[in-house]
Design a binder for this molecule. Structure first.
Ligand code: 5GP
Length: 192
């Protein structure tokens, strides 16, 4: 391990974790870089290949699995694979930065297990499942069926919250942002 800290933000989709992660990335003193995951899903809205995700085919994804290229991977939704390439970690470590991950709960806990001391694992909790539904609908980027699939998964994901180092409730965004920044700052300063 080349020194950088690993900051994991996991949550059911629609909890606002991406907003929090994007905010943290702008805080220069945190010295963070974003771990760009691979996914086999289609780009959504204005997502950019290489910035938001590496959008690859299911075939390519499966080839990476066979080659053991992933630090972790998950079939988060049926036929929608997501994974973190080992090469992504090496790319960011080479820049001397801390790495921030926006990944699902299973992947997040897997990283924590692999690097227990170096990882801060944060769970972002939505105020309620109903609120989550409202947020996903507002996003208007997915079909009703896909939204329902995400809601169904959210209940299972919420049950994993106690396994994380910290739980941040995203009720008032400003408060969640401040809490997140304080947590990360304290963690990266610890034995730095
Ligand atoms: P979305 O399709 O909304 O971008 O992502 C769906 C879920 O997959 C989110 O919870 C997101 O954080 C998660 N995810 C994104 N990248 C990865 C990854 O590399 N590994 C895992 N396990 N989950 C990921």
């Amino acid at each position: 391990m080349a020194g950088g800290k690993l900051i994991v933000f996991s949550a059911p989709s629609g909890s606002g974790k991406t907003t929090i992660v994007q905010y943290l990335l702008k805080q220069e003193e945190l010295n963070l870089d974003f771990s760009v995951s691979c996914t086999s899903r289609e780009p959504r809205g204005e997502e950019i290949h290489g910035t938001d995700y590496y959008f690859i085919s299911l075939k390519e994804f499966k080839q990476h699995i066979k080659n053991h290229d992933f630090l972790e991977w998950e079939e988060v939704y049926r036929d929608n694979f997501y994974g973190t390439l080992n090469s992504e970690i090496e790319r960011i470590w080479a820049k001397g930065k801390n790495i921030i991950f926006d990944i699902d709960v299973v992947g997040g806990l897997r990283i924590k297990k692999k690097y227990p001391k170096e990882t801060l694992a944060v769970f972002v909790k939505p105020p309620s499942v109903d609120e989550l539904k409202i947020r996903l609908k507002k996003r208007k980027t997915e079909s009703e069926e896909k939204i329902n699939m995400r809601i169904a998964k959210a209940s299972v994901e919420l049950a994993t919250a106690p396994q994380f180092d910290f739980v941040i409730e995203n009720k008032v965004l400003e408060t969640a942002l401040k809490e997140s920044k304080d947590l990360v700052l304290k963690f990266i300063k610890k034995d730095a």
